[in-house]
Design a protein around this ligand. Structure first.
Ligand code: ADP
Ligand code: TRP
Length: 326
């Protein structure tokens, strides 16, 4: 039986954090065996916010290294960058022509941007159309993402359906998002969703000092040590969930509920557990960072493989819309 096709991407707009890891990257890594997997770097999406040559280049390279360090296997899966496959922007244009403005105005990301910024560029506005193209070029079945990207995947699905209806075809496959409910939203040090844009992250490859600093800054309530606390309401405990075994978690829960367990003690355990988790990843990353030629080769090869697939789909698209004359 043919394997189901999986695709996801993360913008090269800064260092990945543990929210990205548990919300999305981990699932991708685990699904490599059971799925034909595509991981790509949406660098043209990132151009909406990163408009500095050296920064963008660095971010792209670092992200490939990060992915290889957490176990992405180029023998099994394809890793590539969006800008190596020009079919993405080409198909996005075609989607622009069948999409009403009002539909894009309803997208959460656009509404948020509108609420926060005075001026929004067109690239941010039709971001969901480029994302739809990213997905629909590869006959994707599953898109593993965090909760905040669910609507974008629905936009891709709607757009596929609309395209198929208008052009009386079935060439675009309807994708589905896959969201891990357990960790759908990993909280940051301030209790809000962990996000690069909120400055509340614990970087995925953090040094010991960075881990310590971030964990010590986690916002907690002001109850005295002796008081009993509800672990479910505690930001430190929410992170313990990601780094503890079930037994450890039960034990921590007891300590919270019994009282006499300080925030500091809880944080110290968390620092130790995060360090145990991150240390081997950090080591692997350091080795890869010394072998940039290998990393670039992996990316280049991935681009070629992705392009082969995207070209075929684009050829069908040109045919059904009526621009293919020879
Ligand atoms: P950020 O908010 O830090 O800029 P991105 O928007 O680049 O993160 O998200 C990359 C991927 O990681 C997406 O699939 C997103 O849904 C997921 N993700 C980001 N932050 C979290 C979080 N705090 N919890 C769970 N998943 C997350
Ligand atoms: N919008 C996604 C994010 O910010 C990144 C992205 C772009 C993506 N194209 C995609 C994710 C296609 C999955 C599939 O996280």
């Amino acid at each position: 039986m043919n394997k189901k096709i999986l695709l996801s991407g993360i913008q090269p707009s800064g260092k990945p954090h543990i929210g990205n890891y548990f919300g999305m990257m981990k699932q991708m890594i685990e699904m490599q065996d059971s799925h034909e997997s595509y991981f790509f770097i949406p660098d043209y999406h990132a151009l909406n916010s990163v408009q500095d040559k050296e920064v963008l280049k660095d971010n792209i390279l670092n992200l490939v290294i990060d992915y290889l360090a957490i176990g992405f296997d180029p023998q099994k899966s394809v890793i590539f960058k969006q800008s190596d496959v020009s079919e993405h922007t080409e198909l996005a244009w075609i989607f622009d022509t069948i999409t009403p403005m009002a539909y894009l105005e309803r997208a959460h990301a656009y509404k948020d941007a509108e609420a926060n910024k005075k001026e929004i560029n067109v690239g941010t506005f039709n971001y969901p159309m480029l994302m739809a193209a990213d997905i629909l070029l590869y006959d994707v079945d599953v898109v593993p993402v965090g909760q905040d990207q669910k609507q974008h995947v629905e936009y891709a699905r709607d757009t596929a359906q609309k395209f198929n209806n208008i052009f009386k075809t079935e060439i675009l496959k309807l994708p589905q998002s896959k969201i891990m409910q357990e960790v759908a939203v990993v909280p940051g040090t301030d209790g809000q969703k962990m996000s690069k844009s909120y400055g509340n992250t614990i970087p995925l490859f953090a040094t010991h000092d960075e881990i310590k600093k971030a964990v010590m800054s986690i916002v907690t309530d002001s109850r005295g040590i002796e008081e009993k606390r509800n672990p479910e309401e505690d930001n430190v405990f929410k992170l313990h969930r990601l780094f503890s075994t079930q037994d450890e978690l039960n034990d921590l829960r007891q300590k919270y509920e019994n009282g006499g367990f300080s925030h500091k003690e809880s944080k110290e355990i968390l620092i130790k557990n995060i360090e145990t988790f991150i240390a081997p990843l950090r080591e692997k990353r350091e080795k890869l960072a010394h072998d940039v030629d290998y990393v670039l080769d992996v990316l280049k090869e991935g681009g070629k493989r992705a392009k082969q697939k995207a070209e075929k789909k684009m050829d069908q698209v040109r045919e059904v819309i009526g621009v293919k004359l020879y």
